[in-house]
Design a protein around this ligand. Structure first.
Ligand code: BGC
Length: 748
């Protein structure tokens, strides 16, 4: 019987899609229409019907650093505050659910939407995204994590099938979603456009129901990405609550119920979920959007996002008595966000040039001269380069703002190269010839290569896309008013072709094979010792830090606390991002050498120390076992590494564990080796072999040859072994295994 007798079938079908681009469908007296708006780093609240491609305008709101910047802060507390501000602005605008954060893994540096994602690593992605969700939701507004799942490229994004094996999904592409869903209960999850192993994610019952709700306990609403549903009935049946925007096919849903293809209770459940959601969110349009305070917060976040890659000879911070040539159009016309649905109309924009001029008037610099140097659209204007070289010749330091033009990266398409535009590199070469000190500041959403040009710069500051206050933040760090404290959340390769995904991106004929498996990003570079330009987790500061006194203490069954001391050994205040990695020694690696399992950012005065404690659990040491579809913690010794990047390990310790003591069930299709090494089956097998004349003294090398034989094949070797005998053996061993499980000696 329907749980909503008041609602007729047509009405219930109608709420499974929106009423327009940005609203769910309301039902008088039952459901109020919910207002949804992009996006992850600022609100794109469109007053009218709107669009989802970032083409139309929107109400001005604070443009915080996109995820590439927020991730680089490695500071969840700060990101939580950004989330609070975003939630506050959403509430003031009557937005019930903010369509963010984006949490896809940066599988390849070429993904056009990498600026909207946090990292190549699931742990840092989860921590940053969770903080944003908590912040947004603390204001009575819902957050919507997206794009679920394996949406790691823009090429053919509406059709492409990401072909990902089960272990890789569990270890790389799903854990950040899992963690955020389990710990923060986001109001919504947005399915992605792509297919996952052949099935559209918006129509995938395993993904949307078995995993998301069954395993992870998600109780919120699943919304489609905009225009991602092809088969309405399949989507509703799979667990998609809300199709956005509406495709005008609700009738198909109602007909499916009438025709018995879809259970009406599925629609009742959708109504229940929408009700629960509307009870959870409460906006307050009388609130002030606090744009001034949020601009200051955007600047603080942008400062912490800047990653200092190189600083030879103490080129930075710039000394107050120095004159500076500010070169590059990006200094005057900052690139501070990416293109597409996340595009925000900012409340104001701080250019680096304005901030440089302010620094001069405040006496922080001796003088500034600006030269555009190049055009953003790439048209050749030799006079601009000439002027820039002249400006550099006359100044003590040349600060070059290089980067990717807006057209180079966006939602909707991927890049084909990670190089900077050639005219910019030519300009750098010419400036180097005339300038004693060259500082490069980068503006880019996805990683750009630095290896071929960075020896021409004394200092390199990775400036990402930093939101509306990015220009001011850059000058804060260049002048030393603030210390750089960002760290890379993605490896900068020497060459694009060194990347694990090089041969498998973006795929062809509608499929992209994740051939590198779990070896994504630094998991690949570090396991194979491939040289990189800058490793994952890297970033310089204006001071230095020492690590000491590592302790790994048990904290319950298969749980530990890792603690260590970090000391600021320099003469300036600064922040260290201490990182905890785990790994296991293997002759032929099947697991990454190191995987990030924890981090802490500590702000320390000169000489100050702090003790950092990070938790580790059995899950952190586990591997996904696709045979039994479970996390498996093998007995053994695991390494615990603490340091300042994935390649700058300062302290090493170990953990020895008995593991989860899981013992698999044996079958007659298991191999001789699996039987011989099995904790319960092994002794039985040995005893049996000794009772067979001629088998008891088989030499070890012959036994090894037999190791790969499934037990059932023994029927054919004239040993007198029958299938019935094997069945009895299997039953006997299984009974012993169950008994051992019951006695608590093993699990299984
Ligand atoms: C994007 C989503 C976005 C939606 C609504 C889609 O094109 O993939 O991230 O939230 O549009 O604008």
């Amino acid at each position: 019987m329907s749980t909503h007798p008041r609602l007729d079938l047509t009405v219930k079908a109608s709420v499974t899609s929106g009423s327009d681009t940005w609203h769910s469908t309301g039902v008088e007296g039952e459901l109020r229409p919910l207002h949804l708006a992009d996006g992850p780093h600022g609100l794109r609240q469109q007053p009218d019907e709107g669009d989802h491609l970032g083409i139309g305008g929107s109400v001005p709101s604070t443009c915080f650093p996109p995820a590439v910047g927020l991730g680089s802060t490695w500071n969840p507390d700060l990101v939580r505050r950004v989330g609070e501000a975003l939630g506050g602005e959403a509430s003031a605008l009557g937005v019930d659910v903010v369509l963010g954060p984006g949490m896809n893994i940066k599988r390849s540096p070429l993904c056009g939407r990498n600026f909207e994602y946090v990292s190549e690593d699931p742990h840092v992605t989860a921590r940053i995204a969770a903080a944003l969700v908590e912040g947004i939701q603390s204001q009575g507004v819902g957050a919507c994590v997206k794009h679920f799942a394996a949406n790691n490229q823009e090429t053919d994004r509406h059709r492409v099938s990401a072909e990902v094996d089960e272990r890789t999904l569990r270890e790389i592409y799903l854990p950040a979603f899992e963690e955020v869903i389990r710990t923060t209960e986001p109001a919504m999850v947005m399915s992605s456009y792509n297919r996952l192993n052949g099935v559209y994610t918006s129509q995938d019952p395993w993904l949307l129901t078995d995993l998301l709700r069954g395993e992870w306990g998600f109780e919120g609403v699943v919304v489609s990405d905009w225009g991602a549903v092809f088969d309405r009935v399949a989507a509703v049946r799979a667990g998609l609550d809300l199709e956005m925007p509406p495709s005008g096919t609700d009738q198909l849903v109602a007909d499916a119920v009438r025709g018995g293809e879809l259970d009406e209770s599925v629609l009742d459940t959708v109504v229940e979920r929408l009700k629960r959601l509307q009870d959870r969110v409460r906006t307050d349009t009388t609130r002030s959007p606090e744009h001034e305070a949020h601009d200051a917060l955007a600047r603080e976040a942008a400062r912490e996002a800047l990653v200092l890659l190189k600083n030879d000879g103490g080129a930075l911070p710039l000394a107050a008595d120095r004159s500076v040539a500010v070169v590059g159009e990006f200094a005057r016309t900052p690139r501070y966000q990416g293109g597409g649905s996340s595009h925000v109309v900012p409340t104001r924009v701080h250019s680096a040039l304005d901030s440089f001029e302010a620094a001069v008037s405040e006496g922080a610099l001796a003088g500034v001269r600006f030269a555009a140097g190049f055009t953003l659209d790439g048209t050749e204007e030799p006079a601009l380069a000439e002027e820039a070289v002249e400006a550099a010749r006359e100044a003590d330091t040349a600060v070059l703002f290089l980067g990717l033009p807006e057209s180079a990266e966006s939602e909707g398409y991927d890049r084909t190269t990670i190089g900077l535009p050639a005219p910019q590199l030519e300009l750098l070469a010419r400036v180097r010839e005339v300038s004693e000190r060259v500082v490069v500041v980068l503006s880019n959403g996805g990683v750009v290569s630095v290896a071929e040009w960075q020896d021409r710069a004394d200092a390199v500051l990775e400036g990402w896309l930093l939101g509306q206050a990015g220009g001011a933040a850059v000058v804060d760090v260049l002048t030393g008013a603030a210390a750089p404290s960002g760290r890379l959340t993605e490896t900068i390769p020497v060459r694009l072709s060194d990347h694990a995904t090089y041969l498998n991106f973006p795929g062809e004929h509608g499929r992209v094979r994740h051939g590198e498996g779990v070896f994504v990003g630094y998991r690949h570079f570090d396991t194979l010792d491939v040289p990189v330009a800058y490793p994952f987790g890297f970033g310089l500061t204006y001071t230095s830090f020492a690590y000491s006194e590592l302790e790994v203490a048990p904290n319950g069954e298969n749980a530990w606390t890792v603690s260590f001391t970090v000391t600021n050994t320099g003469d300036r205040a600064g922040s260290e991002v201490a990182q905890l990695y785990t790994g296991v020694e293997q002759d032929h690696p099947t697991r990454p050498r190191r995987e990030l399992r924890g981090f802490a950012k500590a702000a320390l005065e000169p000489g100050e120390s702090t003790r950092i404690e990070l938790p580790l659990t059995g899950r952190d040491l586990s591997v996904w076992d696709p045979r039994d579809h479970r996390w498996s913690l093998a007995a053994g010794t695991y390494t615990v590494s603490v340091g300042a990047s994935s390649r700058d390990v300062r302290l090493t310790g170990g953990i020895t564990t008995e593991g989860d003591r899981y013992v698999r069930k044996l079958t007659k299709y298991c191999t001789v080796s699996e039987w011989r090494t099995h904790r319960v089956g092994g002794p039985v097998m040995r005893e049996l072999m000794s009772s067979f004349p001629g088998l008891s003294d088989v030499p070890e090398d012959l036994l090894r040859m037999a190791d790969s034989l499934p037990l059932i094949t023994l029927r054919t070797f004239g040993l007198g072994v029958t299938e019935e005998m094997l069945d009895l053996l299997v039953d006997d061993v299984e009974a012993k295994r169950r008994a051992a499980v019951e006695r608590g000696e093993i699990t299984g």
